[in-house]
Design a protein around this ligand. Structure first.
Ligand code: PMP
Length: 456
């Protein structure tokens, strides 16, 4: 990288350790510095515009620089810039948001609890589940089952749930009591000739075997994203959630739906749970709750979870858990306005309609020599890049082709994200069909350019 000594790029290299970045390589390549955004676009310091085809981090539902959210933040900042929820204190934005979330939940829920990030929310869910087991006089019921390729965050417990090697290797994770079962990645992991239904039946059987081997009385909860995001946009195969839930119900195991990506419209319904008929006891939400304009996350819990927690807190004297910024008034005000916008502008309907168009356009790419599979639902999708379709084999090492196409797209004004060789698309929910067509044109060009390099 050839940057001036005091350019933002040079100072970034000098002073900043990046999230999810090869820190050594970054010293050579430097950052992409984004200066501003509007709608589905962001712009870098040199004035280059990009379609943000990942909505930032799967999160900017209403698009960048939405004035209504800016105004909501300013109003609340001027009125009450901070308050909290410890010791029975409360404030209007928090009460309004708690009510709104409980009433819009896809299944009957009892209470909302507020946190600042998806990771914190998942950590909180684990703590609530352990606390509940103790309250019920079942101190042995502490094991949590998550899935390989699942993503639930990076704090110590959430990273333990996450089923991806880079979140655990050299971090001395996972912690005790967290187990992983198979991921529902049909294209990658089904046996030859196995139908989606058969694959789902086998996975539910494997889950039951794991529960029996561990002792059903020791298993407290199962965590899953309706559609896996960071694990490569893994869409559940036919029958999957129905069969998994039947096993959980048989052994009285709680279900936690991590709706951090799917929640608030992404799959073409308000919640991923509705798209897949999931009936959770706890819902974890973040990202599109505020379009990530400010950090805020929440858990919804049903009475099976709330009632024992209430009893235990009464026995001990307090529910000894909470974050200074949890339910922050400015973040809560922004979340409320963001949810109003999602409803007013029917962004869930847009995700369904324009999502169908995006899925159709992406599926046309399936004939491309570098595309092994196209999968997705609503406005979330991935194409799986391969050098050899029949063998589903990568181009050299895993991620090389994903990185190449991702880089070509960035050079052509489109920001995507490759998770290995799965290239993900998760644009703002405001995207139009015309904008999807522009995005697809760029993807086709990048794939053709990559094919020339692969052929060399
Ligand atoms: N759960 C899911 C499904 C996520 O996608 C993410 C973030 N990508 C998280 C949890 C963690 O959220 P955060 O980065 O806010 O901690």
């Amino acid at each position: 990288m050839d940057a001036q000594p005091n350019s933002p790029e040079a100072r970034d290299i000098r002073y900043h350790l990046h999230a999810y970045t090869n820190a050594r390589k970054h010293q050579e390549t430097g950052p992409l510095v984004i200066e501003k955004g509007d709608g589905i676009y962001v712009e870098d310091a040199a004035g280059n515009r990009y379609i943000e085809a990942m909505a930032g981090l799967w999160s900017v539902a209403v698009g960048f620089s939405e004035p209504r959210l800016v105004e909501a933040a300013a109003r609340q900042m001027a009125k009450l810039p901070f308050y909290h929820s410890f010791s029975s204190r409360s404030h209007s934005p928090l009460i309004d948001l708690a009510e709104k979330l409980v009433l819009m939940a896809p299944v009957p829920m009892s209470k909302a609890f507020f946190t600042n990030s998806g990771s914190e929310a998942n950590d909180t869910a684990i703590k609530m589940i352990w606390y509940r087991s103790n309250a019920l006089g079942q101190p042995q019921r502490k094991k949590i089952i998550a899935r390989k390729r699942g993503y639930h965050g990076v704090t110590i417990a959430a990273a333990s749930l996450t089923g991806l090697p880079s979140n655990q290797t050299s971090f001395d994770l996972p912690i005790a009591n967290v187990l992983h079962t198979a991921s529902p990645h049909y294209w990658r992991e089904a046996l030859p000739g196995e139908s989606e239904e058969q694959f789902s039946t086998r996975l539910a059987g494997e889950l039951e075997q794991l529960i029996l081997a561990e002792g059903p009385e020791t298993v407290a909860a199962f965590f899953g994203e309706p559609v896996m995001g960071a694990g490569g946009v893994v869409v559940p195969p036919a029958g999957y959630w129905e069969k998994i839930q039947a096993v959980l119900a048989k052994y009285d195991i709680l279900l936690v739906a991590d709706e951090v990506i799917c929640g608030f419209g992404r799959t073409g319904a308000m919640f991923g749970c509705q798209t897949y008929g999931i009936k959770p006891d706890i819902i974890v939400m973040s990202k599109q709750i505020s379009s990530s304009y400010l950090p805020i996350s929440a858990l919804l819990i049903n009475d099976r979870v709330f009632e024992p927690i209430a009893d235990e807190s009464n026995r001990i004297g307090t529910f000894g858990h909470g974050f200074t910024g949890g339910g922050h008034p400015v973040a809560a005000a922004v979340a409320l306005e963001n949810l109003n916008l999602i409803e007013e502008r029917d962004l869930v309907g847009n995700a369904r309609r324009v999502g169908a168009h995006m899925q159709e356009r992406l599926r046309r790419l399936a004939v491309h020599p570098l595309v092994g599979e196209v999968r997705g639902v609503g406005l979330i999708a991935a194409i799986e890049l391969v050098a050899d379709k029949a063998a589903k084999a990568p181009w050299g090492s895993v991620g090389a082709l994903g990185g190449l196409v991702n880089g070509l797209l960035q050079d052509n004004g489109v920001i995507t994200r490759n998770m290995g060789d799965a290239l993900a698309f998760c644009p703002p929910l405001i995207i139009t069909e015309k904008q999807v067509d522009l995005l697809m044109q760029a993807v086709e060009q990048a794939l053709d350019a990559a094919a020339k390099q692969v052929a060399k």
